[in-house]
Design a protein around this ligand. Structure first.
Ligand code: HEC
Length: 156
């Protein structure tokens, strides 16, 4: 009887520990990916990162490549705009972060030839969050609000 009780105490403790790690881990994986449109130093930094890394394809003014909705002669898509005329704001923070860091194929988990580079060896996580925060900071208030709603729906 004594031994049996000891075993159950041990089992409960092990389960509590597992639960603790599960909660800590799942909180962490969401907490780090939040675009920040209120901190000017983040946005200024993101603006520089954008000019150096993204503007060549996505446009100096986030306008995208010419005729971005039509496939190029090689069958690939041109770079879409990151302003309110594109579809960047249709996606939650996490998608934008993962696509920029790992590339589209890695994120969707299937073959999809495209011209979007993966930035995991070029930019740090903070730099990726900064550049995406800069992009979001340029959107009209209404679009920012819609994007906030997309985020809260996707994080539930
Ligand atoms: C060499 C050109 C090129 C560069 C440089 C580039 N991109 Fe892209 N990007 C693309 C193309 C092309 C697509 C569309 C790919 C497709 O759908 O086929 C794309 C798509 C994206 C998307 C997905 C948009 C959506 O609505 O699904 C994001 C986010 C993105 N780029 C962010 C960035 C960021 C941030 C940078 C700079 C750090 C950057 N890109 C630099 C070419 C580029």
């Amino acid at each position: 009887m004594y031994l049996k009780n000891k075993f159950f105490i041990f089992l409960s403790l092990a389960m509590l520990l597992a639960l603790y790690f599960l909660i800590t881990y799942s909180n962490k994986s969401n907490a780090s990916i939040n675009l920040n449109t209120t901190d000017n130093s983040v946005i200024e930094n993101g603006k520089k990162i954008y000019a150096d890394n993204c503007a060549s394809c996505h446009g100096v003014n986030l306008e995208g490549q010419k005729n971005w909705m039509s496939r190029l002669p090689d069958g690939l898509m041109p770079a879409p705009p990151h302003d309110e005329t594109g579809h960047t704001w249709h996606h939650p923070d996490r998608y934008l972060f993962m696509v920029t860091k790992h590339g589209i194929e890695e994120f969707i988990g299937e073959k999809y030839p495209n011209n979007m580079p993966a930035y995991k060896d070029i930019l740090s996580d903070e730099e990726i969050i900064a550049v995406l925060s800069y992009i979001k900071s340029t959107w009209p208030t209404k679009i920012k609000e819609i994007h906030n709603n997309i985020n809260s729906r996707s994080k539930r």
